[in-house]
Ligand binder design. Structure first.
Ligand SMILES: Cc1cc2nc3c(=O)[nH]c(=O)nc-3n(C[C@H](O)[C@H](O)[C@H](O)COP(=O)(O)OP(=O)(O)OC[C@H]3O[C@@H](n4cnc5c(N)ncnc54)[C@H](O)[C@@H]3O)c2cc1C
Length: 392
């Protein structure tokens, strides 16, 4: 029996779902969001939280910049605290990738991103503790930084609730329902709910829900590990985010003299797992790999201590870009998942795009057409300017 009605139902209480709920409530929609566990229980609660603009196609670069402006002043833009820290971000490449990097920087500058090219000597001047022997050059973004996944999700959920949205945690959507060939609502562990529009923002679980209504979306859950090191006292006080494309890994500064480290290799997609049953801790082999890369890039880290890391889920598509769009042939069904490990920073803009799709009213200047589901069948995958597909 149908218990309640809404204008829009959102499935998933991560950054995508809560940002969408906020944007929809802001536009006066009656929104109900279902989260099967607790807010930020998925990839969002395990994110490293980097907010960078280093993207290699115009649409994602514009999205990242628009989102950055929200993160930088979240309290003013949305309301609440997201733990924003401006760290700067440095992306380093070897000599053979310099041309691609420079093309990329030109594109980023063209859309208004504050980024500059640094040669190896300039990288050294910025961060004297870095080994620059194998560096051809770098892109430096002084405005980039980090925010906290769970804090940000709760901030969006709180603002959505204040605007009238209903957020139901510990409530799993068990099926998406259709009537006369269009969306009619959802079945949940708390009963049935009706709405003419359903947003599937279930991250690594999104493909399973879409399959239930006949859409085979190519999105796989994969395990992504994060090693945590404590920097030796006095040696490297702090550092910017470092994306090291030479060794295929990253370093992110955290409070307490900690540095978080993970892989930037496309092979991350091969760590396929069951999203409800995977190892949530970090493997010792992985800690050692990251420690070796770290020591090569920051020799002073040779005395760093290994601390407790973790593993979380990426929702990976064949081109490392998400599906954001109305699903063809089923009125009222919108999918927004498959960010492939880079969707946290984009949350503010993804929410706007979803609200545009749900209401038919375009307020966000960025067209989601690039991310349509149909691109896979059309063979029109999203490509960037150079080969770092995992970075978009
Ligand atoms: C270790 C790690 C590091 C990362 N680092 C970065 C980074 O530095 N920068 C960046 O931008 N991105 C990063 N990402 C990626 C980013 O965190 C994700 O792309 C983003 O958080 C995905 O958010 P989401 O809301 O789409 O999905 P999720 O956060 O996965 O949320 C989906 C939610 O749906 C719920 N759900 C699923 N099925 C149902 C159902 N049937 N009923 C109700 N609820 C359901 C789940 O419980 C979950 O809470 C990282 C990810 C990981 C794992």
């Amino acid at each position: 029996m149908t218990k309640q009605t809404a204008d829009v139902i959102v499935i998933g209480g991560g950054i995508t779902g809560t940002s969408a709920a906020y944007q929809l409530a802001l536009r006066g929609c009656r929104v109900t969001l279902f989260e099967k566990r607790y807010l930020a229980a998925g990839g969002t609660g395990r994110t490293v939280g980097l907010i960078r603009q280093h993207y290699s196609n115009e649409i994602t670069a514009r999205m990242a910049l628009r989102a950055l402006h929200v993160w930088q002043d979240f309290d003013q833009a949305v309301g609440g605290d997201v733990g924003w820290i401006q760290t700067g971000a440095l992306f380093i490449v070897g000599p053979h990738d310099l041309a691609g990097l420079k093309t990329n920087i030109a594109l980023q500058k063209q859309v208004g991103i504050n980024v500059e090219f640094l040669d190896a000597q300039a990288v050294h001047a910025l961060a004297t503790y870095l080994n620059i022997d194998d560096i051809g050059g770098a892109a430096y973004e002084p405005d980039s930084g980090c925010a906290d996944g769970a804090t940000a999700t709760n901030a969006y959920a709180n603002r959505a609730k204040a605007l009238g949205a209903t957020i139901l945690q510990d409530t799993k959507v068990t099926a998406v329902c259709l009537e006369a060939g269009r969306i009619s609502g959802v079945e949940t562990t708390q009963g049935d709910f009706s709405a003419p529009v359903v947003i599937n923002a279930a991250g690594p679980w999104g493909a399973h829900l879409a399959l239930g209504v006949g859409y085979d979306t190519p999105v796989e859950a994969s395990r992504h590990q994060v090693a945590v090191f404590q920097r030796p006292e006095g040696l490297v006080h702090t550092h910017p985010f470092i994306g090291d494309f030479i060794q295929g890994f990253y370093l992110r500064p955290e409070t307490g003299r900690l540095t978080l480290s993970g892989s930037l290799e496309a092979s991350e997609a091969t760590n396929k797992v069951d999203p409800d049953n995977y190892v949530e801790t970090v493997d010792m082999d992985f800690n050692i790999d990251m420690a070796e890369h770290t020591e090569h890039r920051v020799p002073a880290m040779c005395d760093a201590q290994i601390r407790k890391g973790w593993a979380g889920l990426y929702d990976v598509t064949p081109d490392w870009h998400p599906i954001i769009g109305r699903m063809p042939g089923l009125e009222g069904f919108i999918c927004a998942y498959g960010w492939s490990g880079s969707g946290f920073k984009m949350g503010p803009v993804t929410g706007e795009m979803i609200a545009d799709l749900a209401t038919g009213e375009q307020r966000c200047p960025i067209d989601p057409h690039l991310f349509r589901f149909e691109r896979f069948a059309e063979g029109d995958l999203v490509t960037g300017q150079y080969s770092y597909s995992i970075m978009g």
